[in-house]
Write a new protein. Structure first.
Length: 233
């Protein structure tokens, strides 16, 4: 179930979840840090199989939510790995009052993964604050909802016929990777976000892991230039 994607990084796909009446895939990323501990990003629904594979990689030390939409399975992973620290954005912490969070995440990476995983915090939309991560060792950008790369196959299987052309026109598809149009339209103060995206692109990512859609396995830098062309122009 875990698939390696470069040095000390793995990904795993979960099941389908419904959001506003539409089906979305789920995906998590796992990074092994320099101390041997594991960093779990946006964990999918926990099964015995995926838990066993992760335990075989090392001790889970950090569980990370990138935005307030990626919270569904945090509780079950925190229960399974009671010694792990749970991290999230301010909006996620406010939403999940039943969970204990170790600390709030911002632009500055905490000491626990500083100089291994970079992070870029976007608070430009009043509806969503989101963190993009960059794992240096594997040159992988890790994005939740600021980029979506639905394949034609997924859309045909899971989205109604009348929404498929809207997804294509909105460029929320493989090869483009735009976020949903409402996310873009609500994205304010873009001048503050552009330097962060340029810095991310300047790290020359090879891979891009997204929560919703197809993984970009090569040419990540060129992909990000397209995926964020709506912001950079």
């Amino acid at each position: 179930m875990l698939e390696p994607l470069g040095s000390n990084l793995w990904i795993a796909d979960g099941g389908i979840v419904s959001f506003k009446g539409f089906d979305y895939p789920t995906r998590m990323a796992v990074v092994r840090l320099a101390d041997g501990g594991l960093w779990l990003w946006s964990p999918v629904e926990k099964t015995a199989a995926i838990e066993a594979e992760i335990r075989a990689l090392g001790p889970v030390r950090h569980i990370v939510s990138p935005n307030k939409l990626h919270y569904l399975f945090l509780g079950e992973w925190q229960a399974a790995f009671a010694g792990a620290n749970l991290w999230a954005t301010a909006a996620t912490i406010a939403r999940c009052k039943g969970l204990y969070f170790y600390r709030k995440l911002t632009d500055e990476p905490p000491a626990e993964w500083k100089e291994q995983i970079d992070q870029f915090y976007f608070t430009n939309s009043p509806f969503m604050d989101e963190l993009i991560f960059f794992h240096r060792g594997s040159r992988t950008a890790i994005i939740a909802d600021l980029s979506q790369t639905f394949s034609e196959t997924f859309l045909k299987r899971h989205w109604p016929w009348w929404m498929r052309p809207i997804a294509k026109l909105s460029k929320m598809v493989e090869g483009w990777g735009y976020p949903p149009i409402d996310y873009r339209m609500s994205f304010r103060n873009r001048a503050t976000a552009r330097p962060k995206i340029r810095e991310l692109i300047g790290k020359h990512p090879e891979h891009v892991v997204v929560a919703d859609g197809e993984v970009v396995r090569t040419g990540g830098e060129a992909f990000l230039r397209r995926a964020f062309s709506w912001l950079l122009r």
